[in-house]
Design a protein around this ligand. Sequence first.
Ligand code: ZN
Length: 241
Amino acid sequence: MTGGCPSDGEFVFGKKWTCPVCEKEFKNPTVKSSKARMIGSDMDLRPVYEKINPLKYEVVLCPHCGYSALERYFSTVTQVQKQLIQSNICMAYKPREEKETFSYEDGFMRYKMALINTMAKQAYDSEKAYVCLKTAWMLRAWRESLDDEPEKQQKLAAQEEEFLKNAKEGFTQANIKEDYPLCGMDETTIDYLLAALSSHFGEYETAMKLVSGIIANREAGPRIKDRARDLKEEIVRQSKD
Ligand SMILES: [Zn+2]
């Protein structure tokens, strides 16, 4: 075993999976839940962890056929999707060396594979958007982990923007076309997320409308309301600049 991120070794274990596409078994490195300690989150809900970043490990990739997806989606493929993946992914897939831990670069490659798979299997907009969002979050963590590598950091920032933009567009579409919950998130959480992403891209009017809706919503929980109030302050501050 080479590469990966050796310091993650004590935090991960090989979780057993059976691939729903090729039906072979494999082990996918997974963070032990007791080991991932969340110490905060960003405005757009990116969780920030101590010591290990579980975002690198959230894509499950079958090393035999290349089928990959976020953990919550991996085992559910329809018969039609299975055929689409077989002809669009598996036929061209060259098995790679399996690693026990992942560097950010490995993680990024896996997210790209997951995204290609969502397109191949014609997944819902929400699933594509969720992969893009998590990719952006992971790229941000990667950038923050670097010291004094301005060129690389700039490149990662540009890639993060691209994925955030696709996430915003995907969730906007999903919000119109799909039923809630989306990717395990309720409507208030998606509204909040869209507000945060809109604000990030300078679309303050859209962002303001969404946060005001959350604050006024009697059914919204206190935590998301608090976040919406913080975001509202941030939008006011940014739109003045
Ligand atoms: Zn497989």
